[in-house]
Design a protein around this ligand. Structure first.
Ligand code: AMP
Length: 370
């Protein structure tokens, strides 16, 4: 099976690494001119002239990046199976569509308004009560295209800084922690759920994910499973889907956003779960049985951003697994991640601190359950 992947970054690289034992081959289509996958057959197509040649080579198509023209994915669907479908891309690349689907399925979200001018933004900030977060409806990721408004008087500046004709304005959630749920749905509708992860971000970029969480009430995991199952079924989804949520003081979950793909907050599963999110995505899209999603041990994923640490120091840590993406250093760039495993969460946190001290730009790890 030759799998075509739209996008050629580290997510594609890790998909390929998971697929080689299944005798999968990979052809990547890169439209940016800067592919970093460094693996498989990479076709650079900045001028949209190589799509046909790409489709000739592949049996089915998936993607590692959802900010793709929906029309392109629909055109590919005419020729080859695409999993997840273009409908998943259409919904997930637009925050207004995403929130409308959450509303329709009864998945709670922060209170929000859609606005199309600085005046409407100011009115929404008053109406919802500051602070609020304004986000561009499309094209935003990793905290880009966003502004926190602490006073309605800041609306005009926020509008100018985001530079987008349509924004979603959300009440600022006073969350206890950010969490994510990852699930996978097969071609036959079978669904498997990973244990939820607690995620620590800095400047909108994920830094640490811990799974499973030591203090997570089983009923909260079941609520999250129910939300993501509703999304998977509504979209007749095939593959891995990620839902990011806020957990509030009373334990409630509010949906933030979803991603129609393998996700950074699921990288822990490469070493920490019986079957990784990457392998399960490949199993799902090929119509194979899904693998066990259970955690082997408490695991923490440490993102390496901007600058790398000394590999020999990191690899000297017990049960540490370094995954480098073979990229050059640049501020804010995801270069690698390290999965740390330990028999208990207390030992895990000790290992995380030791590891963070080896990374030049790592923030102090802080978890809600400490
Ligand atoms: P997003 O791109 O929507 O995931 O937002 C990036 C980060 O901004 C999130 O991971 C949160 O840390 C923060 N954030 C986004 N929306 C809200 C909100 N409504 N309330 C509080 N924090 C938020």
């Amino acid at each position: 099976m030759n799998i075509g992947v739209l996008g050629a970054g580290q997510l594609g690289r890790m998909l390929a690494l998971a697929g080689y034992p299944l005798a999968n081959r990979f052809t990547f289509l890169d439209t940016t001119g800067h592919p970093s996958a460094g693996i498989g057959d990479v076709m650079i197509d900045t001028d949209r002239k190589h799509l046909e040649a790409f489709l000739e080579k592949v049996d089915l198509v998936t993607y590692e990046f959802e900010h793709l023209p929906v029309s392109l994915v629909q055109a590919i669907e005419e020729v080859r199976p695409v999993y997840p479908s273009s409908e998943a891309i259409r919904v997930c690349q637009n925050r207004a569509e995403e929130k409308a689907l959450f509303d329709r399925l009864g998945i709670p979200t922060p209170a929000y308004r859609l606005v199309e001018s600085a005046e409407q933004l100011e009115a929404a900030a008053r109406d919802l009560g500051c602070p609020v977060v304004a986000k561009s409806v499309t094209e935003g990721y990793d905290g880009k295209g966003q502004a926190v408004i602490r006073d309605p008087g800041q609306a005009a500046d926020a509008w100018r800084s985001i530079k987008h004709p349509r924004l979603i304005v959300e009440a600022f959630v006073d969350f206890v922690r950010e969490v994510s749920i990852i699930a996978v749905r097969g071609r036959d509708g079978q669904v498997a759920f990973y244990p939820m992860a607690e995620n620590q971000h800095l400047d909108g970029i994920l830094r640490y994910s811990v799974a499973p969480m030591p203090d997570l009430d089983e009923s909260v995991q079941q609520v999250a499973d129910g939300y993501i199952r509703a999304l998977l079924d509504a979209l007749d989804y095939v593959g891995v889907l990620t839902l990011e949520l806020f957990q509030t003081r009373v334990g409630a979950l509010l949906a933030n956003e979803m991603a129609p793909r393998v996700h950074n907050s699921g990288h822990w599963s490469i070493d920490g779960a019986v079957t990784s999110q990457f392998e399960n995505h490949l199993r799902a899209i090929q119509g194979l049985p899904l693998g066990d999603t259970a955690a082997r041990m408490p695991t923490c994923m440490v993102n390496v951003i901007g600058r790398e640490g000394e590999a020999s120091d990191i690899l000297a840590l017990p049960d540490a697994h370094l995954h480098r993406y073979d990229k050059s250093e640049r501020p804010g760039r995801k270069l690698a991640h390290i999965n740390l495993l330990a028999p208990t969460h207390a030992e895990l946190l000790e290992r995380v601190r030791t590891c963070a001290a080896l990374l030049p730009d790592a923030p102090e790890p802080r978890f809600s359950f400490e």
